[in-house]
Write a protein that binds this ligand. Structure first.
Ligand SMILES: [Zn+2]
Length: 272
């Protein structure tokens, strides 16, 4: 079982100050995230899963405590991973889960919504449909033929993932009120829902297919300004659509993802 874990989609989280360290608030919420990740592992364990790899995918990607991970999960952490939020996935995995994910850049009212680099990316579409990180990351799962079986976060995040991962088991832990406000279930309820969701997801595994993304696929990226688009066009297979928009078309989902990630890294050179 492969788990890609973000942080903005954890029950109770509504503010950047809660998901960026060092800060007292962050220390509290990283514990909440850890408990949600463990709940997913517990549910999968109960359904018969035996091996786990957790790829920490939030911010500097070192938010969890390895010795506190359930299921003797392996822990992939730290920055500058070529496959970023999907680093570590390959065709040896039976299933993937997206825990504590958040809404896409240009979402309406999803807590802390963004797509990879909020300072550069205004919107991403995959085959014409608005996508957040879940849909983009699903390209890697498609490349390796691995079904994405569970996603947790607010309702907007889940609605945005559905077109690319039809039938995905969805756990809504909060309803966003705005980009900085949400009504969350109690953390214990969130963990229960995630645990049950993970169990159900694996029970249904024989019926779940890898992501449904028609190939060749097209990613279009709208940047906040032209400089990012110009930079992205330095990459092979990236074409300018208009001043701020570029398109990447390919029949290899992994190549598409890698090229997208390269545009993210390039944009970070300007914004970080
Ligand atoms: Zn994050």
């Amino acid at each position: 079982m492969f788990l890609s874990t973000d942080m903005e989609g954890t029950a109770g989280v509504v503010d950047w100050g809660q998901v960026r360290g060092p800060a007292q608030e962050y220390e509290y919420y990283r514990g909440q995230l850890q408990a949600e990740v463990n709940a997913a592992i517990d549910g999968a364990l109960a359904a018969g899963a035996t091996e786990f790899l957790v790829n920490d995918s939030h911010s500097t990607m070192q938010n969890l405590r390895p010795d506190e991970l359930h299921g003797r999960a392996g822990y992939l952490s730290g920055r500058h991973k070529p496959l970023y939020m999907m680093e570590g996935l390959d065709d040896s995995f039976d299933a993937a889960m997206f825990i504590s994910y958040h809404g896409a850049a240009s979402s309406t009212s999803s807590v802390l919504f963004h797509t990879y680099n909020p300072r550069a990316i205004a919107e991403v579409r995959l085959n014409g449909t608005l996508t957040g990180e879940a849909g983009i990351n699903a390209l890697v799962a498609l490349a390796y033929g691995v079904p994405v079986v569970l996603i947790s976060g607010d309702r907007v995040t889940i609605d945005e993932a559905q077109p690319f991962c039809p039938g995905i088991e969805s756990v809504v832990v909060k309803e966003s009120v705005s980009h900085n406000a949400a009504r969350s279930v109690h953390p214990e309820t969130a963990r229960e829902l995630i645990r049950e969701g993970a169990h159900r997801a694996l029970d249904r595994l024989p019926d779940v297919r890898p992501p449904a993304i028609a190939l060749p696929a097209e990613l279009t990226i709208r940047f906040h300004n032209q400089a990012f688009a110009d930079l992205a066009c330095a990459l092979r297979d990236v074409e300018k659509v208009d001043d701020r928009v570029v398109a990447i078309r390919n029949d290899d989902p992994l190549h598409l993802f890698r090229t997208f990630i390269a545009t993210v890294f390039l944009s970070r050179a300007v914004t970080d």
